[in-house]
Design a protein around this ligand. Sequence first.
Ligand code: ZN
Length: 186
Amino acid sequence: MMSRLSLLALAALALSACSPTETAAPAASATASAPPATAPASAPLASAPADGASAPAANCEVVVESNDQMKFNTDHIAISRQCAEFTVVLKHVGSMPKAAMGHNLVISKTADLPGVVADGIQAGADADFVKAGDERIVAHTKLIGGGEEARVSFAPSKLSGSDEYSFFCSFPGHESLMKGKVTLTD
Ligand code: ZN
């Protein structure tokens, strides 16, 4: 009994150990229709980070959803330094109106978040809860209601590598639940 069980366990281990090569093999042979000397096929991938010109485009856009439960669907936005311009698309997948459950997405240094929110509240709904000309703000979308969508684009170079950044909704009372980290990646 015991030995049979452990045999089964071993078999399972062997199967799972094998699976990476099994799944990798078809992919490799699919691209390598020519003789074994297919170095060029994998070369672009390997050199992608160093070679900006011929590298496949980094993912320079992110879609963030917000809802009637006062939540974003992520707590992290990763921005590649390779992007000349990065775009954040904010979707409100709920149905409540802007006045009751409006959302925007603001990016600033984490240390500046409280001040940006306080000044945004003072600026009011007509200003999308964003103080006009606030230089602490890296980027922000307009305020949207259920079913709406907004986007904002900016240069990742506006973020310094040595500071911590956050994204948040500046609608009064929302930033406690609606915030996350913004990080730079290579
Ligand atoms: Zn909000």
